[in-house]
Structures are given as C-alpha cells and as structure tokens.
Design a binder for this molecule. Structure first.
Ligand code: NDP
Length: 257
C-alpha cells in the first residue's frame, strides 16, 4: 500500500497515546506515504505523540493544538494548518468524550449537562471540523470519523455515548450530502471494542471484548491496525465511490442476532 497517499496531506485528530485508534490510523497513513499533521488537546497527549513519532521515525508536517469544544481553537488550528500546508486531502476525526458517571447504570439517569457534553465533543465536533477542513480541501478530500455499534443497539453502559454516536452517524450522512458537491467524502468506521484510554471509561469493557471473540463470525478481537487500514481505504482513492457510509470493522459481530 506504500505510495497510495504519496503527496497527500492528512490531518489526524485524537492521538492520546500508543493505544489510541488514531495511532493505528497514523501508522497506516504513514506507511501509505501521507504527510501527516496532528492536532491534540492536552499537553500530556502532545508529549506522548512527540515521543511516539520519534520512536517510529515518523516526521510530522505539523502539530497544532485544538480543543473541539472551542470554536476559536478550531479556527486557529485550521488557520495554522492553512499557513503551513495550504491544501489538505484528508481529515481523521477520532475524538469523543463523556463523563465517566454517565457510562454506567441506567441511561434514564443521564444528566442534561452530561448529555449535552457528550453530544458536543463526540458529534457536533465533526460538524465544526468539517466546516473548517472543507475550506482547505480545495482539491477534494476525505473525512473519516470513528463510531461504535452502541449507536444502533442498546449496549450495556454505553448509554449517553450510544446516543452521541447515533448523532455522529446521522451527521456523517448530512455532511456527506453538503460537501459531496465539492468532491469531499465523509464516512465512518464502526470499530469493535479496543482497549484504549477512552474505552476504560466505559464499565464492562472486558465482557464486550470477550463477546466478540466468542460470537463474531471471525472469532477474534479488533485492534488499532485493522481500524487503521480500513480508515486508510476511506482516505484513499480506492473508496472514491463511497460517501455517507458506516463501515463495521468488528470481525462481523454486528450481523449476529
Ligand atoms: P483515546 O482516549 O485514545 O482517544 C480519544 C481522543 O479524544 C484523545 O486524543 C483526546 O485528546 C480526544 N479529545 C477528547 N476531548 C477532546 C476535545 N475537547 N478536543 C480535542 N480532542 C479531544 O480513545 P480511542 O482511540 O478509543 O477513541 C477514539 C475514537 O474512537 C472515539 O471517537 C471513540 O468513541 C471511538 N471508538 C472507540 C472504540 C474503542 O473500543 N476504543 C470503539 C469504537 C469507536 P486528549 O487526550 O488530548 O484529551
């Protein structure tokens, strides 16, 4: 797959550490020859990212700070990216957040604040960054976000995040229609459970992971590299006929009743 993204500038949002799905995506995009630009929110994530890039001998084009809860921060980040690289061809949105206390027990107990926060960071942020990124995608482009089966089915404890992911997937479809006329595609990968920092916040992770190994057609778990390669497909021209799609990368678990 080397050379598939040669000369393409891709922005990656959401590497917190080596376990992040966005790190698996980074490796796939790098192996395909992409120029990578990163955004992070916390200083801690920035430091981890710098170390990881050094260790894997990946030379980033740019690393900028971006808090998706803040319109000004999004505007500044994409302004900086525009100044540095001018045109971008891809955007990876691998960002979500919900309060830990909302990811257990009954969904009916969700607070107003907790509901709105999950929607803001996990769904609205895709709308906001698409708006900013499309201005830099003057040669067409591809935007890929990360979702989960809890949007379609009731998965214990996923609660407020399941509703946010439903909103995220609907946003993928509406955005795909809006930006399709500019040659920009918007798609989502729906990954099976992967042990990451965010996944630790959802109660019962181990049960979910072992259910996949037991029940999914492929009888095995999902890792960051599988998601990375599926995301690479969406970013590349190999998927040029596809937009508004949600692709399950879950060993086939979603087809099992
Ligand atoms: P990580 O914790 O590794 O990544 C989550 C990222 O979200 C972090 O980099 C974090 O940045 C970022 N983030 C949170 N709030 C903000 C904000 N306000 N502004 C900017 N960035 C923010 O977990 P994952 O890799 O698991 O999560 C990535 C995506 O994959 C999420 O959308 C998640 O829902 C989805 N997903 C995860 C699955 C899993 O099992 N792990 C399964 C299916 C989908 P920082 O560290 O700087 O705060």
């Amino acid at each position: 797959m080397s050379g598939l993204l040669q000369g393409k500038n891709v922005v990656v949002m959401g590497v917190a550490n080596e376990r992040s799905i966005a790190w698996g995506i980074t490796k796939s995009l790098h192996n395909a020859g992409a120029n990578l630009i990163f955004t992070n929110r916390q200083e801690r994530s920035y430091k981890k990212l710098v170390k990881l890039l050094e260790k894997h001998e990946i030379n980033p084009k740019q690393i900028v700070s971006c808090d998706v809860a803040d319109d000004e921060s999004i505007r500044e980040a994409f302004e900086e990216i525009k100044n540095e690289v001018g045109v971008i061809h891809g955007l990876i949105h691998s960002v979500a957040f919900a309060k830990r206390e909302e990811l257990q027990g009954e969904f009916a107990n969700t607070s107003r604040d907790g509901f709105l926060l999950a929607q803001e960071i996990s769904a609205y942020s895709l709308v906001a960054v698409t708006k900013a990124a499309k201005e830099l995608m003057t040669e067409g482009g591809s935007i890929v976000t990360q979702t989960y089966l809890g949007s379609e089915r009731v998965i214990p404890n996923y609660n407020v995040m399941g509703v946010a992911k439903a909103s995220l997937e609907a946003s993928v479809r509406y955005l795909a229609e809006d930006v399709g006329k500019y040659g920009i595609r918007v798609n989502a990968v729906s990954a099976g459970p992967i042990r990451t920092l965010s996944a630790k916040g959802v109660s019962g992770f181990n049960e979910k992971a072992s259910l996949i190994e037991e029940k999914a057609p492929l009888r095995r778990g999902i890792d960051q590299d599988q998601v990375g390669d599926a995301t690479l497909f969406f970013i590349s021209e190999l998927s040029r006929g596809i937009t508004g799609e949600v692709l399950h990368v879950d060993s086939g678990f979603h087809i099992i009743g």
